[in-house]
Design a protein around this ligand. Structure first.
Ligand SMILES: [Zn+2]
Length: 316
């Protein structure tokens, strides 16, 4: 992404739901980053930074991943791991739902559909959420808010990747929907859409169960945080026509304020690259806020300092 927010180069590598070993996945990621950096350098541009979104509890200031249940990664120093994997650059790591919510804020501004407050929910191999307040993503005290996928929902006793039973992810994660639809948990998602097109009852029931669980979990969340809109992204956006009405129905039935101020449910505008675009946007935002960190002022000129870097001045 360049300074205007335009995507210059992109590379997509989709892993199956059966997650490969961490070392292999990080080595592939390091290779992609190194290759893309060469393309940027060959185009005569300077690379300001590299950022990634990762599902789970992560400390963005250190890149330390405490846990990512469905990746089955625990206590990983991702910055060191990327160096060991051969990455030539320091990578910033952030929660994937949080960075996707940043991309949604930008996409809505571009489309002149800006909304100041909403709950963004992304679904794929897991379910993550982020609360946006006044156009800013609120990550909670440690940046770990929004683990909607591990909220208890009714109708499931299945064991979740986190170890608990009955989490939302046991009915609404990609592998759960595929399994409940009578498909392999690793099946291409196109098989689910094909089954829905031919009105396969198992596929319809699986998506309805996911929508019901999602609506139930979101209703609990909305009763606590008071947001006027829910935005469904990732796989949930692709399934919006099938599960959106069920989510809306559950919210209408269970959110106390809904009768006075109905909560909207809309598909995401951020598109399939929401996580990578949102992560890149964080780098860009940092660069625009403190350009002197990358571009030292010419010798003899007064340096520019951002607010948080302003040196202390003692008046005598
Ligand atoms: Zn769980």
């Amino acid at each position: 992404m360049d300074l205007t927010g335009s995507i210059l180069v992109e590379r997509r590598h989709e892993f199956t739901v059966q997650v490969p070993k961490r070392a292999r996945m990080l080595a592939e990621l390091a290779g992609i980053i190194n290759d893309l950096a060469v393309q940027v350098e060959q185009a005569g541009m300077s690379l300001v930074g590299v950022a990634c979104g990762v599902p789970g509890l992560i400390d963005p200031s250190t890149g330390y991943l405490h846990t990512s249940p469905h990746l089955d990664w625990h206590d990983v120093d991702l910055i060191s791991a990327m160096t060991e994997a051969g990455c030539r650059f320091e990578v910033g790591f952030h929660n994937s739902a949080g960075v996707a919510a940043h991309a949604e804020v930008r996409a809505r501004r571009r489309a002149s559909q800006a909304v100041s407050d909403f709950v963004y929910v992304t679904g794929s191999s897991g379910i993550g959420a982020a609360l946006v307040r006044n156009h800013l993503v609120e990550g909670g005290a440690r940046g770990w808010a929004g683990e909607l996928g591990h909220v208890l929902v009714s109708g499931s006793e299945a064991r979740c990747s986190c170890g608990a039973r009955g989490c939302l992810e046991t009915v609404a994660a990609r592998s759960a929907i595929l399994t409940n639809a009578g498909l392999s948990p690793d099946a291409p998602i196109g098989q689910l859409f094909a089954a829905l097109r031919r009105s396969d009852p198992r596929a319809q029931d699986a998506v309805a169960l996911a929508g019901r669980g999602l609506g139930e979990a979101l209703a609990a969340y909305l009763n606590l945080v008071d947001a006027p809109l829910v935005v469904l992204g990732g796989l949930l956006e692709r399934l919006f026509d099938n599960l959106g009405p069920k989510v809306h129905e559950m919210i209408g039935a269970r959110v106390l304020s809904h009768a006075w101020a109905p909560v909207g449910v809309e598909p995401s505008l951020a598109g399939a690259h929401a996580v990578s675009e949102g992560a890149a946007w964080l780098i860009l935002k940092d660069f625009i806020g403190s350009p002197d960190r990358w571009c030292p002022p010419p010798r003899g000129t007064t340096p520019y300092y951002s607010v948080d870097q302003t040196p202390e001045v003692t008046v005598v």
